[in-house]
Design a protein around this ligand. Structure first.
Ligand SMILES: Nc1nc2c(c(=O)[nH]1)N[C@H]1C(S)=C(S)[C@@H](COP(=O)(O)O)O[C@H]1N2
Ligand SMILES: [Mo]
Length: 544
């Protein structure tokens, strides 16, 4: 082989590897974008957004041609076409980066900017939708720079025998021609290995992460559609919301917390997606008979409405981790009856599909006077995916972490001695009744208001007991009884308000509640661990 021919072969081979480097960078770009789309903004998949964009801009005759040619496969044909375009473009990008750096990265950034534009201009995007394509572009660019740098080092070592030799070195006329001439050096194998190592890791990760992220996104979308189409039966008995249950005061929490505003607390990194068709609830442990129930079995029991206020143990005094909802569900005591609870049991360990567990005292679930339920609906719709779709527990009077298991899959009847729930070895009590409390919603903490007659208003809750009285104290004045809204029941919060003649200056407003047992809300401050915060809220208000 002539020196010239050898050099040409070598060059052609490096062009090929540069194209591969480009392909891998493109794959990393798409995979990273898919992963971040899954985490931050489901609708922000670059390929799908660009596909949608193409559909939108393609002229009608071309669309008709596509439908005539590909029939019902026109969308697939479009995606395949797009995929081919991505393959060709990223191969060219890799080659550009090798022969005219940094043109490859420039091309990739342009492609990233275009797909970002396609994403953020689509209807119904979330504010974070720009993140996936931008982060994808960054990841793809980094991989392209690193891969092509290693490739250059390898090429340089082939020509000069030194890894990472100066770019001009391959023009050295004394250098060997082609790879064979340098087979004795060790620089070349190292440079080559480094290139293939990174190419292998990046390529394989891109494929795994990309395919897995897209697959999860698609299941989420399909379960979201199933939920959307689901029609829950109407309740057998409805909750009557009495006249005067809801006060009309600006800044005061609404009586029912809309689902989109309802606080969310869980350990799930991604929201579990469960098809109600395949969902099963297993009741086992200390029972007469292990029972398995389908979603339809639950509905067939006949669902009723329950108004219950949920509270998180992590709610600080004055905090937002509390919300009220109208649940649709069935009593847990009836569900447990189907399996038959054996004597000696004192706890039910509820399990979620994601492995989360909660320990609830058996009596809280079986007492006739308590409405502990399996919920399938929340505020007039199926449970939102984040709130436990298709079935969760709701138990009045107990903090969520010991009772309100979402994405429920098993009820194990057991004892506190035998079993331990998720939070128990993590610094929280095995049993945790809600410490009843009261909160000031308006005026907002640290806010400024105009002098004059204004309402001080908020909410107070003492689930399963009920609120008897709420008292407000301004500066060093006396505790004054606030006016309460008409309670729906003992399991929901009540609203309260007090008219106040606000005078200019700074004032302290404090609140405390008394429950229907006549107990005064705990004054002493306690942190959230191990069993919930306590203390009276006292906030500073500036009056102008
Ligand atoms: N599967 C599962 N269920 C869970 C949790 C969890 O981490 N995983 N957190 C619990 C806690 S601590 C609370 S306060 C409530 C919150 O319910 P929400 O997110 O619907 O408001 O869910 C409970 N159920
Ligand atoms: Mo919680």
């Amino acid at each position: 082989m002539s020196e010239h021919a050898g050099r040409r072969v070598t060059r052609r081979r490096f062009i090929f590897w540069a194209a591969l480097a480009g392909l891998i960078s493109g794959a990393v770009f798409l995979a990273a974008a898919e992963l971040f789309a899954l985490l931050f903004a489901r609708s922000a998949s670059p390929i799908l957004a660009v596909g949608g964009f193409v559909i939108d801009i393609v002229p009608q005759p071309f669309k008709e041609f596509a439908i005539a040619t590909f029939g019902e496969y026109d969308k697939i044909a479009l995606l395949v076409g797009l995929g081919l375009a991505v393959v060709i473009a990223s191969a060219i990008g890799g080659i550009l980066q090798l022969v005219r750096p940094p043109l490859g990265v420039v091309a990739l950034v342009i492609a990233g900017a275009l797909s970002t534009a396609a994403i953020v201009t689509r209807a119904g995007v979330t504010p974070l939708a720009f993140l996936p394509p931008v982060l994808g572009t960054i990841a793809g660019s980094i991989i392209m720079v690193l891969l092509v740098r290693r490739l250059s080092a390898w090429r340089a070592s082939v020509v000069t025998g030194t890894p990472g030799a100066a770019p001009g070195a391959d023009k050295n006329p004394d250098a060997g021609a082609g790879e064979d001439a340098e087979a004795s050096g060790i620089a070349k194998p190292i440079a080559r290995r480094q290139f293939f190592l990174l190419a292998g890791i990046a390529g394989a990760s891109a494929v795994i992460v990309g395919v897995a992220s897209r697959a999860v996104s698609m299941t989420v979308a399909s379960v979201a559609n199933i939920r959307e189409a689901l029609k829950l039966p109407s309740p057998g008995t409805k909750v009557t919301v009495p006249q005067g249950a809801e006060l009309d005061i600006p800044g005061l929490s609404t009586l029912f917390t809309p689902n989109k505003d309802f606080y969310r607390v869980d350990t799930a990194l991604t929201v579990p997606t469960i098809d109600p068709e395949t969902w099963r609830l297993v009741i086992d442990g200390m029972v007469d008979e292990r029972v398995e129930l389908s979603f339809q079995d639950i509905l067939d029991m006949g669902v009723d409405e329950y108004a219950i206020t949920l509270t998180c143990v992590s709610n600080e005094v004055g905090g937002e981790l509390v919300g009220n909802a109208m649940w649709l569900g069935v009593p847990l005591r009836d569900v447990l009856k189907k399996a038959g609870v054996k004597s000696g049991a004192d706890m039910v360990l509820s399990k979620s599909v994601d492995g989360y567990t909660a320990s609830t005292p058996l009596s809280a679930l079986t007492d006739d006077g308590l409405d502990a339920i399996l919920a399938v609906g929340m505020n007039g719709e199926p449970l939102p995916l984040e709130h436990g779709f298709p079935v969760r527990m709701v138990v009045p009077g107990l903090y969520g972490y010991v009772s309100a298991t979402k994405w429920l899959t098993e009820l194990k009847v057991t004892t506190f001695e035998q079993d331990e729930a998720y939070w128990t070895p993590r610094g929280y009590s095995a049993e945790a009744p809600i410490k009843f409390s009261s909160r000031i919603d308006t005026p907002k903490l640290g806010s400024a208001v105009d002098a004059g007659r204004i309402p001080i208003a908020g909410v107070a809750w003492a689930q399963s007991v009920g609120i008897e009285r709420v008292e407000v104290k301004i500066d060093e004045g006396d505790w004054t009884a606030a006016t309460l809204s008409t309670p729906i029941n003992e399991d929901t919060w009540v609203q309260w308000f007090l008219e106040w003649d606000a005078t200019p200056g700074t004032h302290y407003v404090a609140v405390r509640a008394i429950n229907k047992n006549g107990d005064l809300q705990i004054e002493e401050r306690a942190p959230i661990a191990p069993n919930g915060s306590s203390g009276w809220q006292r906030s500073l208000v500036r009056v102008n």
